[in-house]
Unconditional design. Structure first.
Length: 71
């Protein structure tokens, strides 16, 4: 795995700092509200991902795309 150059990591750090500042500003400067909002968004995205993976897997099984081992 290639390592990021110092300028890449600095620009990534700056991007993350800007995103954090935007999230805090969107919550009126209240850090607790910001953290709660980020946790909520993360839980929503995890749910969405889990739902999409489950639907894709069941669709594949239903159409015979996945071979199941039956012993």
């Amino acid at each position: 795995m290639a390592e990021a150059s110092p300028t890449d990591s600095q620009s990534e750090s700056g991007r993350l700092d800007a995103a954090a500042d935007q999230a805090i500003a969107a919550c009126g400067g209240d850090l607790r509200s910001t953290i709660r909002a980020l946790i909520l968004v993360n839980e929503f995205l995890e749910y969405e991902l889990q739902t999409k993976v489950s639907q894709g897997y069941t669709r594949g099984v239903r159409h015979g795309r996945f071979n199941t081992y039956s012993g």
